[in-house]
Design a protein around this ligand. Structure first.
Ligand SMILES: Nc1ncnc2c1ncn2[C@@H]1O[C@H](COP(=O)(O)OP(=O)(O)OP(=O)(O)O)[C@@H](O)[C@H]1O
Ligand SMILES: [Mg+2]
Length: 241
């Protein structure tokens, strides 16, 4: 499903080069639910942007569903992204003037799905995330946890193989965090591949697999306990194998 080989991303700003991701080789199998955990600045969002085909690596390879997507043009990358990946972000990123069902239907509108089919899909997904009674509510009329569940439904609209969630519970209280995590677990049980990015060990522990990243490298991976690159230690924060 997801396979990276020596994935590297450097950013150059004002003549200074930062290596945000340094030779990351990772395999996430179809249907896996993995949490990527690491401290601020460790490269989590950079990795998510690459895995989500929002950006191309500086070097290394990325195979998504067997297809090498590391050297695609931005247009081709956008097409793969739309077909294969669903995103959930910390700040929900719903359109404020649209209702819940219109927000969920939007990705389908953008790829030319007929009206009836996209509204049927939106309603079905909103029912699945427990918001069948809130179809016509706008984001402002929903709680944070409900907004995030709308965002999860939207991420599923085009039936992506992979769901990528970057700090999806970062803005939520304990109850809504539990609701959203339960929802991700349910999607995983249905066979969806889920990658959750978080800096919160309690959230990461809910996933069957935890991958710790520190300073742009994989520091520990619960799927390979013997292959830890670095032993967990206080001077390498964010490692929670
Ligand atoms: N567009 C960019 N241009 C320049 N440097 C960047 C850019 N994006 C990220 N970086 C740098 O790359 C490193 C990794 O950043 P990244 O955003 O991936 O970290 P993160 O683990 O997601 O942190 P956080 O938990 O705070 O969201 C940081 O040093 C950051 O300053
Ligand atoms: Mg980040």
């Amino acid at each position: 499903m997801i396979r990276t080989e020596g994935l590297t991303k450097t950013y150059t700003m004002k003549g200074k080069t930062v290596c945000a991701l340094n030779h990351v080789s990772l395999h996430i199998a179809p249907g896996e639910y993995a949490a990527i955990i690491g401290p601020s600045g460790s490269g989590k969002s950079t990795l998510m942007h690459l895995l989500g085909c929002l950006d191309a690596p500086t070097s290394g390879r990325y195979l998504l569903n067997g297809q090498d997507v590391s050297r695609l043009t931005p247009e081709a990358l956008a097409r793969v992204r739309g077909e294969e990946i669903g995103f959930v972000f910390q700040g929900f990123q719903l359109l404020p003037r649209l209702t819940a069902e219109e927000n969920v239907a939007l990705p389908l509108l953008l790829c030319g799905t007929p009206l009836k089919r996209r509204m049927d899909t939106a309603r079905r997904l909103l029912e699945q995330v427990g918001l069948g009674e809130r179809l016509r509510h706008t984001p402002a009329q929903l709680s944070g946890g409900q907004q995030q569940r709308v965002a999860v439904a939207r991420a599923l609209a085009r039936n992506p193989a992979v769901l990528l969630a970057d700090e999806p519970t970062g803005n939520l209280d304990a109850q809504s965090t539990a609701d959203v995590l339960r929802l991700l677990e349910e999607l995983h049980r249905e066979g969806r591949t889920v990658v959750l990015i978080t800096h919160d060990p309690a959230v990461a522990r809910r996933a069957p697999r935890q991958i710790a990243i520190a300073k742009g490298q994989i520091a520990a991976d619960s799927a390979f306990p013997a292959r830890q690159k670095y032993p967990p230690s206080p001077d390498r924060p964010g490692i929670h194998p």
